[in-house]
Design a protein around this ligand. Structure first.
Ligand code: SF4
Length: 484
């Protein structure tokens, strides 16, 4: 699997507690959602303090950084870039300097009309310091008409189209909001003396916080010393990203009342029913296919073995492989165990094939380790259409299932003995929630809102040379692009 995670957001309001440290640990639990950069902003009722940097949470913050972040409330962000380049200037929380005291904002997701909104704001004299759609949302929030926080959120949700789970901090208030689709997760929890907000419930578990509820699609909340106020800023139109269950969320998180681990096992079991294989062993591609492989093995009766050992210490920002190592790519992360694979017919379970660059290497490694047959099984349907809501595949032509004519052609490309995907119906059955709750666009091409014909992750970045912005305003479509 080479889907990139997007971002994790966290917020805490807890007078008397070390909120910077709580945020640090909250981000630590959300590290799987983004490894490029991390940041924390805190507030003490009078002003904001912000620290951001490139790398993993543990690389960005030390004791000195945490001690620089005083106050009784904080927000945090861990980032994988989906709009804007991955430079330090785009690390979040992004800070907007307005009176009184500014606003810091952390964003998970992607808005599809950022270029138009940015152009509008610039016409009003607003200047931008980053190339992210997150700064566009922050500027929209602070420049929205109206005097109350509810009016400002109403304006943001009326105008910003796309996916956004947000945490925002002013010197005196912590706010959080979820787009009307509820495309990304966002939860509210209780901690001693205060409140926490996080992308996933696993962050609450690590802090000893208790889950209260999910923030609803189209809802904004404000947390002050008076408590939590809620405002339904926009009518909801549920389109939750089903990939959270398949891959993104941690297996120990609960989404919509369902623990992700058994859902992932159920996806593997459903796959075994739909795509059986004559084989001797089942293995999962770590970590993304591991849980589903358990489900596949149980349902099929084929023994599960640990065919790969994963090197868990390969970090995107930590190791920049040279060209030779880049070519071996996946071997840096995975090492097969020949003793368990030699002469065996192997079922390999993974959660997706995106561009088709990693999977052939996985198959080749297994063959080299002695596997007699390799049967690839995928716990999702083929990804045929791009995601405009924050997952890093921007065009149909990047997607192997978008550019190849059928599963057989993909099988030949990855050089497996057989290849089987889960059906859309089987995936929904395994997740066990109604179809109309979900965004399924990357499998069906049917988008929950109008989307651009194509999207450039760097569209808001200044071009070189000069500072002219590359604002490519594309037409919008809401229908399935034709298959080539
Ligand atoms: S298009 Fe796919 S990856 Fe993107 S939000 Fe929808 S389901 Fe998730």
């Amino acid at each position: 699997m080479t889907l990139r995670e997007y971002c994790g957001v966290f917020g805490v309001f807890a007078p008397g507690e070390d909120v910077a440290r709580l945020t640090f640990y909250g981000l630590y639990a959300l590290q799987h959602r983004g490894q490029e950069s991390a940041g924390i902003a805190s507030a003490n009722g009078r002003r904001l303090y912000v620290r951001t940097g490139m790398g993993l949470v543990s690389q960005v913050f030390d004791e000195e950084d945490l001690s620089y972040l005083p106050g009784h409330m904080a927000i945090g962000h861990t980032r994988y870039s989906t709009t804007g380049c991955s430079g330090a200037e785009n690390a979040q929380p992004c800070l907007v300097e307005v009176e009184p005291g500014g606003l810091a904002l952390g964003h998970n997701g992607n808005i599809v009309n950022a270029a138009v909104l940015r152009a509008d704001l610039e016409e009003q004299g607003v200047t931008f310091s980053t190339g992210t759609d997150s700064e566009v949302i922050a500027q929209l929030l602070v420049h929205a008409p109206g005097t109350t926080w509810q009016e400002r959120w109403h304006e943001v949700m009326r105008r910003a189209k796309g996916a956004y789970s947000l945490v925002a901090l002013t010197p005196s208030e912590l706010m959080a909001a979820r787009d009307p689709m509820g495309n990304r997760p966002l939860c509210l929890g209780r901690i001693d003396g205060g409140w926490v907000v996080a992308s996933e419930t696993c962050a609450f578990d690590h802090l000893g916080a208790t889950f209260v509820r999910e923030i609803e699609p189209g809802e904004a909340i404000r947390i002050t010393s008076e408590g939590v106020e809620s405002y339904q800023a926009h009518e909801p139109k549920s389109a939750f990203c089903i990939f959270e269950y398949i891959y993104f969320a941690r297996p120990d998180s609960v989404i919509d009342g369902k623990l992700v681990y058994p859902v992932r096992m159920g996806l593997g079991a459903q796959l075994a029913r739909e795509q059986p294989a004559d084989a001797d062993v089942v293995i999962g591609v770590p970590d993304s296919g591991t849980v589903a492989a358990v489900g596949y093995a149980r349902e099929s009766g084929i023994p599960l073995v640990e065919g790969f050992v994963k090197n868990r210490y390969i970090g995107r920002t930590f190791i920049q492989p040279d060209q030779r190592l880049r070519e071996v790519g996946v071997q840096l992360k995975l090492n097969p165990l020949p003793e368990l694979l030699q002469g065996r017919r192997v079922v390999v379970v993974d959660d997706s094939i995106v561009r088709g660059t990693t999977t052939p290497r996985v198959v080749a490694m297994l063959r080299k380790a002695g596997a007699k047959e390799v049967h690839m099984r995928i716990t999702a349907p083929p990804i045929v259409s791009p995601c405009f809501f924050g997952i890093d595949f921007g065009t149909r032509w990047e997607l192997i299932a978008g550019r190849m004519k059928d599963v057989e052609e993909i099988r030949q490309h990855i050089d497996a003995d057989s290849l089987g995907y889960l059906s859309v119906e089987g995936m929904l059955e395994a997740v066990g929630l109604p179809k109309d709750k979900f965004c399924l666009a990357c499998f069906t091409g049917d988008y929950p809102i109008p989307v651009p014909l194509q999207m450039d992750k760097l569209a808001l970045e200044p071009t070189i040379p000069g500072d002219r912005l590359r604002l490519e305003l594309t037409d919008t479509v809401s229908t399935t692009p034709p298959r080539p």
